[in-house]
Each structure stands twice: as C-alpha cells, then as structure tokens.
Design a protein around this ligand. Sequence first.
Ligand code: IMP
Length: 210
Amino acid sequence: MARPFDQPKLIVASHNKGKLVEIAELLTRFEVETVGADALGLPEPEEIGETFIANAELKALASATKAGLPALADDSGLAVDALDGAPGIYSARWAETANGRDFDFAMHKIEMALNQAQSQNGDIARTARFICALSLAWPDGHVESFEGKVEGSLVWPMRGKNGFGYDPVFLPLGGDMTFGEMEPAAKHAMSHRADAFSQLVEACFAGYGA
Ligand code: IMP
C-alpha cells in the first residue's frame, strides 16, 4: 500500500513556472499549501536518470531531503514508436538550439527522423504517446511514483497554437483535433499528467483532510 500524504505543506520540485501553476491548480481541492523549489532556493538537480520515473524521483528526493518537507516532482515527454521511443526523456533537449529551446525545430527534427525511418524501412507507424511520471518524496527518503500516459499519433504539418511543446503534432487516439487545437481544459482532462495525477490522488491523497 502506498504511504498516505498527511502534511499541511508540499514543495513542488519544479523550476518551470507553467508546471508549478498546473500542479498547484490540480492540488487546490486538497487545501495543501504548495511552495515552489525556486522560492526555497533549492538547487535543480541534473536529470541523469534513464527513465521518466528515475528523473522524477531524483528531483523529488533532492528537494525533500534538503528542505525537510515532502516534495512532488514530474518528468514528462513524447515517445515515438518508429523512433524506438525517442525523443523520450530527451524531449526538452531535442528542442535545444544556440538561441534557446525551439519546439518548431524539435517537431521538424522528429518529422525528418520519421521520413528517414520510412525511406529505410518502408511503411512505418506514426503512433506515439505522451508520458508523465510523478513522484512524491518524503524527507526520510521514502518515495511513491506513478506513470501516466495518453496514446495517439503524429500529424504533419503542425496544427494549432494552443498548449506547448509537441502539442501541435499530437493527435490523441480517437480524436480529430491535435492537443494544439484543443481547448486547454479538454487537453487537461485526458492528458498524461491528469492520468498520473489521478493515480497519485487515489494512492496517497484519498483520505487527505478527512
Ligand atoms: P521535462 O519534464 O521538463 O523534462 O520536459 C518535458 C518536455 O516534454 C517538455 O519540454 C515538452 O517538450 C514535452 N512535453 C511534456 N508534456 C507535454 C505536453 O503535454 N505537451 C507537449 N509537450 C510536452
């Protein structure tokens, strides 16, 4: 059984403002006070793990053990089947350019890699999934981790200006709009982050505040 969360305060171990807001919003119904790792001056550890869960755990544990408070961290990305799961844990890195992160560039890179795979292997699948790992760590080193996903396929050219990252090329399974075309609330209801979050809530927050 997972360890229940029963503390009044929780660190959100992310230095990304968008994620801080999104995670704080998901937690509002529990009336837990959230504080960002930045605000506590906590360093951002290097993501040296080889899986989404390993990276989420190392981020959550670094904050929890340093600050003496429980901490929640996430790690996410896009896995493309025909590219053996790439860009995967390197999803942010695939967007690095000399002038900072550029996801148009990263989406073109994926399309080029798919074209190359197609010319080498003939017909290829364009299936892909977004994956999100969430880890909740306690100062004593205990950690609970959950992995959520959303299945879909990649379209080309890009469609839509909503969302972020790889959203304009991701068509969720059974849908006709990319994440880039969908209203944010519709995406958030079915996303990999929502899936991981509902697993976390069921396992660790079920009795919170009761
Ligand atoms: P990290 O979790 O901060 O290491 O980076 C995850 C990267 O995966 C982001 O920079 C995005 O490129 C990509 N990613 C994760 N979730 C989403 C999503 O919901 N939509 C689009 N791209 C995403």
